[in-house]
Design a protein around this ligand. Structure first.
Ligand code: PLP
Length: 404
């Protein structure tokens, strides 16, 4: 018999979305005539826009012809796309050979955990997107789970609450090798300022740490004063890796396309280039993103494609505005929803799952309990703007009738 990898037995809360699904099914069974609406998941609902779709279609059709057929491509991504990301997203501040095109940012976060191996110490924001912790558990970096503390022994939780504007308190933060930062943040909706990012870059440089910066929602930033990439901060190339994705702005959650920036200036303690080892991960463990997806990515970064992405973003942000406005009018304190499509609503002295149940059983709307994102998420519920417009309007009408 093969021994189970003991790290898998350490996984906690990995059942958040299945548990939400179970409770939803139960509510539906009890109320078969009610239409349940989801403001829960972060998946997209709008179809891909025509110009970007055409990019995908042209390549897909071309694959059925002799001159257009292509097999394996460069493991790091098509050079045209790497150049376009370099120019259009980073204004040339990041060179194409620092951009690695992949099948999405979640997969890249997992591969980064392979890159750094089990012997690194890590810090994560609490609450946070689950793969930072769960992927590290699987990689063997977190140590055992201490039930009494609701924490892993070798994991630093950077508590992010309204009291610290959802940004880690760096003064009391112990040094770790890796620091995961997500901005704009899922689930809190907070967006780090230039000053905050400068502080964390300086903190990382002082401690010789590496920041893994998840910018998967940066296309949603409306406020021009907020940084869209960590490389807006001087010195970040020596301290940070950035992951990003076409999933949300282009509707590519199913198509799969993202990228990771690993600057050439980033070094391990022995002076070896992180970029070179990442290149090795790409060539050894990954065989390049789908060529069809990459043509979709090229179309998305044309002027017409960018306009289409903006239309998609505006649609979800309008949903977010409607949700936020409703909750605010009910006297519920909300965060986010202005530079991210997520609204982080506070229900003091209540348990996240109790609020979730109330909204599900009384308004027939699915949300996401904040405690599923980490201990500091207790008392919060996440509402997502990624739903359909008519359903979102109907959902908030029902929620408005509730008393908390
Ligand atoms: N990072 C964050 C913060 C996310 O919320 C998500 C998806 O919801 C991802 C990464 C994953 O994106 P992708 O579809 O590129 O794997």
């Amino acid at each position: 018999m093969v021994k189970r990898n003991p790290n898998f037995a350490k996984l906690q809360d990995g059942y958040l979305f299945p548990e939400i699904g179970r409770r939803r099914t139960k509510a539906q069974e009890k109320n078969p005539d009610k239409k349940i609406i989801s403001l829960g998941v972060g998946d997209t609902t709008l179809p891909i826009n025509p110009y970007i779709t055409q990019g995908l279609v042209d390549k897909a059709k071309g694959l059925g012809t002799h001159p257009m057929y292509s097999g394996y491509g460069a493991e790091q991504g098509m050079i045209d796309l790497r150049e376009k990301i370099s120019n259009k997203i980073y204004n040339g501040k990041i060179s194409p050979d620092e951009v690695f095109v992949t099948d999405g940012s979640k997969c890249d976060i997992a591969r980064l955990q392979v890159l750094f191996g089990p012997n690194v110490s890590i810090a994560v924001q609490d609450p946070s997107y689950p793969v930072y912790v769960d992927g590290s558990v699987i990689a063997g970096t977190t140590g055992d789970y201490d039930k009494s503390k609701e924490q892993f022994n070798n994991l630093v939780y950077m508590v992010c609450t309204p009291e610290n504007n959802f940004f880690p308190d760096l003064e009391n933060l112990p040094k770790t090798d890796l620091i995961y930062i997500c901005s704009p943040n899922n689930p809190t909706g907070a967006c780090a300022t230039k000053k905050q990012l400068k502080e964390i870059v300086n903190f990382a440089k002082k401690n010789k740490s590496i920041i893994i910066f998840d910018a998967a929602y940066n296309f949603f930033i409306k406020d021009e004063s907020l940084p869209k990439t960590i490389y807006d901060i001087e010195g970040a190339k020596e301290a940070a890796i950035e992951v990003n994705s076409f999933s949300k702005p282009a509707g590519f959650t199913g198509v799969r396309l993202g990228w990771t920036v690993v600057p050439k200036k980033l070094k391990f303690d022995d002076g070896f280039s992180v970029n070179k080892d990442w290149n090795r991960v790409m060539t050894t463990l990954f065989n390049g993103a789908s060529n069809i997806s990459q043509f979709g990515g090229l179309a998305a970064l044309d002027d017409e494609g960018q306009k289409e992405m903006q239309d998609t973003i505006n649609y979800y942000m309008e949903n977010a505005r409607v949700i936020k406005e409703t909750l605010d009018s009910m006297g519920i304190k909300t965060f986010g929803g202005d530079n991210t499509p997520y609204i982080w609503a506070h229900f003091p002295r209540q348990k996240s799952w109790d609020v979730f149940e109330k909204i599900l059983n009384e308004a027939f709307v699915v949300t996401t309990p904040g405690s599923g994102f980490g201990p500091a998420g207790e008392g919060f519920v996440r509402f997502s703007g990624f739903g359909k417009k008519d359903e979102t309007i109907e959902a908030v009408k029902r929620i408005k009738k509730l008393k908390f």
